[in-house]
Design a protein around this ligand. Sequence first.
Ligand SMILES: Nc1ncnc2c1ncn2[C@@H]1O[C@H](COP(=O)(O)OP(=O)(O)OP(=O)(O)O)[C@@H](O)[C@H]1O
Ligand SMILES: [Mg+2]
Length: 259
Amino acid sequence: MITLTSISKTFDGGGTFVVNNLSLHVHRGELLVILGESGSGKTTTLRMINRLVEPTEGSIHVNGRNTAQTDRVELRRSIGYVFQGIGLFPHMTVEENIAVVPRLLRWDEKQISTRVTELMTLMGLDVGAMRNRRPDELSGGQQQRVGVARALAAKPGVLLMDEPFGALDPLTRDSLQTELKRIQQIQNISIILVTHDMTEALLLGDRIAILHQGTLRAIGTPHDLLTNADDPYVVSLMETPKRQADRVEMIARGVRSNE
Ligand SMILES: Nc1ncnc2c1ncn2[C@@H]1O[C@H](COP(=O)(O)OP(=O)(O)OP(=O)(O)O)[C@@H](O)[C@H]1O
Ligand SMILES: [Mg+2]
């Protein structure tokens, strides 16, 4: 569904490479998590897939088609995306925001309206109260959920998500993670999801790719990476949730480990 072949990106004519010789393959219906420190090239990688950024070297195929030879507008309509810094359209209502791609694809109005109701319900947004509000009349977390609904609206086969649940409280986050996993399975969507949250990566990822300074350090199932990693950076990263769980356990037992 999505194949990156030896992708590199430099913004300064080759002085530094923010993505370096990256190859990845995401199967149909698979959810691949990209995990990595701030500045490791995660957003740049996603932006190259829908051509918001052009790769310096290498090729990308989505649905078997080379993206460099696919019309950008057409490409972006076929890929759902939730990106850092690309917010909702401020002058449009929630309904209009969610309906953007279905309208471009000329769905009929009744079908669009039904889809908006369905997605708002799925995302835990109050349909009656919020449908006609503008983004600045919503909380940050509500806006984020509208962003996810908008990305899913036209039932894309490919979904790119950059920290989509970043601004959500733990309970809402947990329920949306479960929902996303369900949608992925029912609709057989291929998803690339970027996160800093290791627990989210372990719970959602069919596989996890670990990026470090633009280079792929490891890729595998959560179980593989937890049990078979030999790269010290990967091992230390994979141990963080367990270290944190141990500290929480200590606190629960009354040992004051947070001092
Ligand atoms: N348009 C640009 N021009 C120059 N440098 C850029 C540009 N876009 C990104 N970079 C640089 O590329 C590197 C990777 O950026 P990127 O946004 O992909 O990181 P990231 O892994 O998504 O980080 P974060 O977790 O903080 O979102 C960073 O050092 C960034 O400063
Ligand atoms: Mg980023």
